[in-house]
Design a protein around this ligand. Sequence first.
Ligand code: C5P
Length: 317
Amino acid sequence: MYFRLGKSRVRILPLLTITGIVLVFTLLWYLSGYSLCHRESSHCACYKCLTDSDPWFTGVIGEAPKPFLSRKYKLSEDDFNWWKHLQGPKHQNVTLYNETVDKLFQILTPIADVAEPSPDRCRSCAVVGNSGNLKGSRYGALIDFHDIVIRLNYGRTKGYETDVGAKTTHRVMYPESATKLDNTTHLLFFPFKTRDFQWLYKCLNPGESGFPHSNKIVNKDLIMILHPAFIKYVHEVWLGKKGYYPSTGFLTVVLSFLMCDEVNIFGFGADSEGNWSHYFGILRNKQIKTGAHPGQYEYEMIEKLHKRKKIIFFKGW
Ligand code: C5P
């Protein structure tokens, strides 16, 4: 078939066929791109959601048990047998554990399970470790910009606002690292031994025990207790059983993957001598290194998550 254009004749059938093929391919390419984008962005309302496809990440996070302990969700015998080795032999008694936890849950408001991501919400989280690399970082405003700011142990803000920010929505602690919480801060309580549950119970019942730490926890409705099985999961699945057990910081990083849609990490990393020194205070014990925890491996795992674009790791100075 020919088409007359001025004096020249143009072959129109092949032209139409080629144009058709190009159009079909363009449409297919567009649709596949659209459906991919659409599927990924529908998980949450952030620019990039943690749940965006990554088979490795989805597999590892898919093995997570429910992260918080509740009256409904108790500790299995298997998990207790692993967890009990984090404490001395005198306190490894399962009956004592069960009695203590039952007593505690008689006075605690049951917490809701962590909420699934939703297309109309973006929960951005900053996990702030206590590394000395925060000194001079000027990350403060950036950290405070997140919806949820999770701080650890003694990680203070007063006097360090420019580098670490001022906002704290959640604070991770256990008895040995307890600081006073205000009425609006969620307590992420990490139990490493039965005595930790006993401590928490005493804090909430000062009248019963005349306990000196009773004023540390003001709002008992904001207490979330990490499930011991979650510690085991992080040790085995994320860290391949390296080290004695995971650090509070690394446990918090993994926990944040279940609580948040977008996670950014600050304040992780040893100093030039390999010690976990802090942005506050001076390190006295230069032999501390990373304690019982596989610090270097945890650090490399955070770097890996950054490289895979699951998180952004702000390394400080
Ligand atoms: O020292 P502390 O346990 O309070 O710090 C909280 C967490 O921050 C640690 O468990 C560790 O994961 C992380 N950290 C770090 N590098 C440091 C200090 C702390 O990665 N220099």
